[in-house]
Design a binder for this molecule. Structure first.
Ligand SMILES: Nc1ncnc2c1ncn2[C@@H]1O[C@H](COP(=O)(O)OP(=O)(O)OP(=O)(O)O)[C@@H](O)[C@H]1O
Length: 231
């Protein structure tokens, strides 16, 4: 379980995340929604310890991680798929995947087969440079790399943004399966409400760095969407 209590995140002296309380239970799928610039990416960066300063408590399975540097939060079980994917373009697919294993508490000596069962294209392209993959293939690589860190909770920042529709569906299905079959906890930052509704058990809407609404996904009404999400 991931628990945030009274969390504030700062860029220099500017507070971009304000008094956030959020809980993601084991096996839960939380979608974080909100207009541009409300602090969704900042929330994920704060959980990972990538902000210049962060106050409050962030506990993973009861242990305080807000005192840890980012690489130790990864080893504690926080996986991350950043906006823009963060693939190393000159590294091969195999090398990008191997980097993911280094973030695990007990690094695997080879890439396990279940990764290629989820994303068969990566097996085919193991020797290809990351920069030569399509956007959708890079996103699959970014998710696979994060899974190799053996996360207890996976944070994803707009994984379907700018990707061709047939691959979007594949990525959505993999994430839903990882959550429902493998019981992986997920926090998804998403503009795609249809996907958020299909995949999530809960949602949180951010507004100006604070949680405006947090509820069961069934309570995500058209009124709430108009109030907080439609530009
Ligand atoms: N590196 C930074 N330095 C200073 N301020 C920043 C930085 N990155 C983001 N901000 C500010 O923090 C606030 C929250 O930004 P954030 O990127 O978290 O929003 P977001 O909800 O993820 O937006 P989007 O949907 O556009 O990705 C914004 O006011 C933004 O201008």
């Amino acid at each position: 379980m991931l628990e945030l209590a009274n969390v504030n995140g700062f860029y220099g002296t500017s507070r971009a995340l304000q008094s956030v309380d959020l809980t993601v239970g084991n096996g839960e799928f939380l979608s974080v929604l909100g207009r541009n610039g409300v602090g969704k990416t900042t929330l994920l960066r704060t959980i990972l310890g990538l902000m210049s300063r962060c106050t409050g408590s962030i506990r993973l399975d009861g242990g305080e991680i807000n005192v840890l540097p980012t690489h130790k939060r990864a080893k504690a079980g926080v996986g991350y798929v950043p906006q823009g994917r963060g693939i190393l373009p000159n590294f091969t697919v195999r090398e990008n995947l191997t980097l993911g294993t280094f973030a695990a508490e007990r690094p695997a000596s080879s890439i396990p087969d279940h990764i290629f069962e989820l994303f068969p294209i990566l097996k085919e392209f193991l020797g290809r440079r990351g920069g030569n993959l399509s956007g959708g293939q890079q996103q699959q690589l970014a998710i696979a790399r994060a899974l190799l860190s053996e996360p207890k909770i996976l944070l994803l920042d707009e994984p379907t943004e700018g990707i061709q529709p047939n691959i979007v569906e594949q990525i959505e299905d993999v994430l839903i399966d990882l959550n429902r079959k493998n019981k992986l906890s997920i926090i998804l930052v998403e503009q795609n409400i249809k996907f958020a509704r299909r995949a999530s058990s809960r949602f949180a809407i951010l507004n100006r760095g604070s949680v405006a609404v947090s509820d069961d996904i069934k309570a995500l009404s058209d009124d709430l969407i108009h109030q907080h999400l439609v530009v």
